[in-house]
Design a binder for this molecule. Sequence first.
Ligand SMILES: Cc1cc2nc3c(=O)[nH]c(=O)nc-3n(C[C@H](O)[C@H](O)[C@H](O)COP(=O)(O)OP(=O)(O)OC[C@H]3O[C@@H](n4cnc5c(N)ncnc54)[C@H](O)[C@@H]3O)c2cc1C
Length: 430
Amino acid sequence: MIGIIGAGISGLTLAYSLKKRNIPFFILETTDRIGGYLHSEKIGNYLLEYGANSLLCDSNILDFIQEIGLAGEVVHTNSVSKNRYIFKNGRYQILPSSPPKLIFSNFFSWKTKLAILKERNVKSKAKANETLSIFFERRFSKEIVDYTLNPFISGIYAGNPDELLVGKTFPVLAEYEQNYGSVLKGFIKNSGAERRKSINFQNGMQTLPDRLASLVQLGSIRKIERIEKIIKLPNNLFQIGDNQCDKLVITSPAFATAQLLQTLFPHFATALEKVHYPPMTVVYSAFKKSQVGHHLNGFGGLHPKIEKQFSAGSIWTSSVFPNRCPADEVLLTSFVGGSQYAENALLPKEILLEKLNQELCRNYQIEGKPIFQHLHHWAKAIPQYDLTINEVYRQAEGLEKENIFVCANWKDGVSVADCIRKALHLARIF
Ligand SMILES: Cc1cc2nc3c(=O)[nH]c(=O)nc-3n(C[C@H](O)[C@H](O)[C@H](O)COP(=O)(O)OP(=O)(O)OC[C@H]3O[C@@H](n4cnc5c(N)ncnc54)[C@H](O)[C@@H]3O)c2cc1C
């Protein structure tokens, strides 16, 4: 019997895959809902994503979506979402997305354009525990760090590239440098690899855990009232509350897992307690199209820290996916918080909204107030793969010999696609 801790996308994907293989399992979940950091809610005419906004799919993930019967519910991003905007010199400017666009756009200085072209010849090599900022400055330029890396890391990982480790956050970049001597060469050599697609579902990302839960049958998901410490019995079974299993899979967040493993693996628990999860407040704002001066012709606008804005940026949700708000309105999803803006996420609601609304009005030439606004606060949003994560990886080694398996977003990838990939892989080795 396999015991799975947590009914987020990792636990549910694993459970589905075990069920397919006729391997007995149960899932333990502490909350009343399933999905964890996938959480969509419809409020009036607005479809909101409190957690993940999209899923970046390769063909394996698309096959999985098809297999679980969700192909008909997939919505693809609109074509404008290939345009990514970065706030620079007081306005959103489009990030050049191809070599000719890079040469002819004014987004980067000539010094940076040359640094990009010459990256193939940069001979230096990564040192142990190199951060993303040092890696990108060494291979490209400080301007790339400030105006591309920084806003993307804060917008996508709620992180600070001065702290995140390249080898853990983007291992492929370190591999490209090591194997090809250049990041760009690595991308070119692997350019035959398929182009991934960002998707969502007609009724939001919650569709995914809901479908998986119905396929694994709700009866196999057991609600536990409180976080139990895991105990190992003399017959080698694990006991969690009233539940017993011979193999255990951890998918719960690091801070919750620390409590579970306190008795069994106190050193691992200490390492897990230290994993940094910055707070994040996600704010949804709708305006009549007639109120907004900006074209919103893209995926969204991100804020480099150097530009001293209040939020990390916004996804232009109604430009990206259809049917997220009434046709004569626009819906923006703004991210206040993450490692670089943590104090802003913790402001009282009224002050946070006042500051955000001033920023939205200024940056998007908006007149008047939002006609709908809602916020969702994550006290602990996304685990950061910074220096503290090394000890977690070290402590996790050898755990499988003890019949404990990790399939959580604090190890080997944080995205929804990573979680699905890891869970499908783990099911195959049982
Ligand atoms: C604001 C935000 C935006 C994001 N945007 C994106 C995005 O656009 N695209 C993307 O790919 N990723 C995104 N992510 C990341 C992604 O959503 C998560 O990494 C992923 O959903 C994690 O899934 P999981 O199943 O591994 O963990 P979780 O979702 O954390 O699920 C773990 C489950 O375990 C349960 N649990 C906790 N403690 C216990 C316990 N003691 N016993 C039993 N159960 C327990 C929890 O209640 C939860 O249901 C975003 C995350 C956030 C916070």
